[in-house]
Design a protein around this ligand. Structure first.
Ligand code: ZN
Ligand code: ZN
Length: 155
């Protein structure tokens, strides 16, 4: 399991609980269970993979159960949806602005890294402005090869 650079699971869950409370929301048992699965996964998970895993602990789980929990987690800045993969990853920095974020998607190992470069967001906003377009969201998804896979290739 690849959790390098991420806080331990228990710590991440405690932090998530605090964050929900600060938003006036509650991290219910179900939401917590879904978040735990997303946090523990080595890479992005689709809603159906989540449902399968959730069923192990909650037999009655159906797709809307998972979608509602995911919506909640996204609204509370705990989880991101990677549109291109139609899959979900934990947010690595729950304090950032989720409208301007960049994902680095490795097509070799399937990992997704999250970066937030304000210069990219600004450049995009400026380019859009030239066309009189006002963006409400500027999420960029880049495909390629991650550093670890590049190193592996060079061997
Ligand atoms: Zn994030
Ligand atoms: Zn990779």
């Amino acid at each position: 399991m690849n959790r390098v650079g991420r806080p331990p699971l228990e710590e991440a869950l405690a932090e998530a609980e605090k964050q929900c409370a600060a938003n006036g929301n509650q991290l219910t048992e179900l939401r917590r269970a879904v978040l735990t699965l997303v946090l523990a996964a080595p890479g992005p998970l689709t809603a159906y993979q989540l449902l399968d895993q959730l069923k192990a602990v909650r037999k009655s789980a159906v797709p809307p159960t998972v979608y509602r929990a995911l919506d909640f987690l996204i609204d509370n800045r705990l989880v991101h949806k990677v549109e291109q993969l139609n899959a979900f990853i934990p947010c690595s920095d729950t304090h950032h602005d989720h409208h301007d974020v960049q994902f680095l998607i490795c097509d070799k190992c399937g990992t997704v890294a999250e970066i937030e470069d304000r210069a990219i967001a600004r450049a995009l906003a400026k380019a859009a402005e030239k066309h009189g377009f006002h963006p409400s969201k500027a999420v960029v998804e880049l495909d390629g090869t991650c550093a670890a896979c590049m190193a592996e290739q060079g061997k």
